[in-house]
Design a protein around this ligand. Sequence first.
Ligand SMILES: *Cc1c(COP(=O)(O)O)cnc(C)c1O
Length: 454
Amino acid sequence: MKTIIEPFKIKVTEPIRFTTEKERKKILEKAYYNVFQINSENVIIDLLTDSGTSAMSHHQWAAMLQADESYAGARSFFKLEKVVRDLTSMPHFFPTHQGRAAERILYGVLSRKKRYFISNTHFDTTRANIEYAGGTAIDIPCKEARDTQSDYPFKGNIDLEKLETLLKKYTTKVGSVIMTVTNNSGGGQPVSMDNIKQVRYLCDKYQTLLVIDCCRIAENAWFVKHKEPNYQKKSYYQIAQEMFRYADAAIMSAKKDGLVNMGGFLTLKDQKLAEECQNLLIITEGFTTYGGLSGRDMEALAVGLQEVFDKDYLQYRIRSTAYLGEHLDKLGIPVVKPFGGHAIYVDAKKFYNHIPSHQFPGQALVCDLYIKGGIRSVEIGSLMFGKSANGKFIPAQWELVRLAIPRRVYTQSHIEYIIEVFENIKKTKHQSKGYKIIYEPPFLRHFTCKLKQV
Ligand SMILES: *Cc1c(COP(=O)(O)O)cnc(C)c1O
């Protein structure tokens, strides 16, 4: 069948407020052309992020009513612990309020002796937590990741040759190898089981820990099953279980594949390391049987972590993301390939090739998507990562616009609408102008900077 039907019925709805193009022009001007400054009620389709934006199932809502909110030894904790243990087969489990809290705890302990961390690509909060604790974060994505148009299936892999060189060079100064699955900052591209196995082999050889940043491990499992030899007969869940078996620890932001709006956890094999993490957890998050979460949160996560491996859900999830990518591609919009699990990335440098990097072509497209269709997206280019040194502008490596798809929130007709907005933008793209910054804060400027059209 060509039609992708959502494997759920809608029981509760949230109205979308429609705005006109004229209204949106005013709203955007008032927000200084920064979509982070727009209220969500003025957004028609929100593709800002897939983090914490999932719709929960009736099983999750029902579970929340059965929550045990006891301070210590809550039933809801044991329910979640059982689910996480079965999935990861790691003996130590700590709930946290979101992914970065687990990162702060684990990398707070591991960074202590100014160690090096090596990853396929550190997510920005991962890097920030490592650097804040005194460590150094090194990204070594595989060579195939550099070409946005090649359709190599596992562009989220780590460069194994570089990994061995770095492990040899830094030996005991390596804090851990971190595999981000799927590789969020690297275009949401998947990691192959073979790559993880080789990383495990090198970690054994050089006696280093392997941590999996597993926010999107279910989406990654889809790619392993369908793109990697010898995994067709395994279930998505079994594939994820196998991946965890190669790791020494895992960190999860449950706001992604946990199918919840808030939550995270840390899970570990080593007893001594777990004890150190537990001490930090109690100081900064909460007692061991709730971490940063309420009983309700743990109940919803225990159910979400199982639902996310449902084969009909994952098939719909990956296919509907690809559907958007395929249709934009057919329209001649340059998109990053192959399509990842949680988002489609538009190459704005190619699409808006009349706007130079220092005038932020990605942001120009973000603004056009908002004005023409009320669609909120995010620039991942020189506005986010560009720098200036001695008054000279240094562009980011790419000028991308990310269209992140919230889980179980939008239907196929919402996606058709997005495609139509792109069709309209394409017709008038030459009239689009670039932007310049009129205010920027010292860190993470994209959240609060103010812009002006040039
Ligand atoms: C979202 C994310 C995190 C951080 O998690 P939060 O829940 O936002 O704190 C860490 N790593 C990756 C890969 C992520 O996508």
